[in-house]
Ligand binder design. Structure first.
Ligand code: C5P
Length: 229
């Protein structure tokens, strides 16, 4: 797998027109497009069709968190849409995670969001854990037991997750910044592309560092280079 295949571009844009321009520019230079809440609420399945037409794959990041039956049914619709990856909140618990894995079937890999990368130690303590990394690892083990294929965590926890779950369990890491000076935006647990890969991340989710660049295609290529070629 080449480095750009491990690069997931977050299509965090408000409408299908802006999504289309990023899809045309970046298809072939990123591994997957991630469609999240904003764009899916605005454009719905039509944006998924646009990505498929461009010959690219997508990650539907709707972060499901509901009763198990509702999650199972929603996940089977997501799987039928052709999503390669989809998310649920690990905080929903084992029964919900099992239902998500069941609904997804064979072709969609389910990732459990452990602790949002915008959250820090205070949030982990509020959830009753001693630290963020303890909470991330506990949720990763729970997600693996429930049949999920991997987790969303920051690069700061990827190595610990890999030790706890083994190499086949995916670590998908957002919170990637080419410059990790604190306080630049809402992401708290940030890491550079090269460090996240060296910590064991399988995929990096990158939005603003590419989306807000003067030249998004060059920014994506430079990040892929920093990820290892
Ligand atoms: O712009 P930025 O690179 O911060 O985008 C990160 C993307 O990853 C956003 O789409 C956000 O929803 C998503 N994400 C995250 N933290 C998580 C899970 C998903 O930042 N734990």
């Amino acid at each position: 797998m080449k480095a750009s295949d491990r690069l997931i571009f977050a299509l965090d844009v408000p409408d299908i027109k802006s999504a289309g321009s990023f899809i045309n520019q970046l298809a072939g230079s990123v591994g997957l497009f991630k469609v999240g809440l904003e764009l899916f609420a605005a454009a719905g399945p039509s944006v998924l069709e646009l990505i498929k037409k461009a010959g690219a794959n997508f990650f539907l990041d709707l972060k499901l968190h509901d009763i198990p039956k509702t999650v199972e049914r929603a996940m089977s619709v997501i799987a039928a849409s052709g999503a390669s990856l989809a998310t649920v909140h690990a905080a929903g618990g084992p029964a919900m995670l099992e239902a998500a894995a069941k609904g997804a079937g064979k072709n969609t890999r389910v990732l459990a969001v452990t602790v949002l990368t915008s959250q820090g130690e205070e949030d982990a303590r509020a959830a009753g854990a001693a630290s963020v990394s303890e909470l991330v690892v506990a949720r990763a083990i729970m997600a693996q037991k429930a049949g999920c294929h991997g987790v969303i965590c920051s690069g700061l926890e990827a190595a610990k997750v890999k030790v706890a779950t083994g190499p086949g369990f995916l670590c998908v890491c957002p919170g990637i910044r080419t410059d990790t000076t604190p306080g630049q935006d809402d992401q708290v647990r940030v890491m550079t592309p090269e460090n996240a890969i060296s910590q064991g991340a399988d995929y990096l989710v990158i939005g603003r560092p590419i989306k807000d660049a003067k030249d998004p295609l060059s920014a994506a290529r430079e990040i892929a280079r920093r990820m290892g070629g």
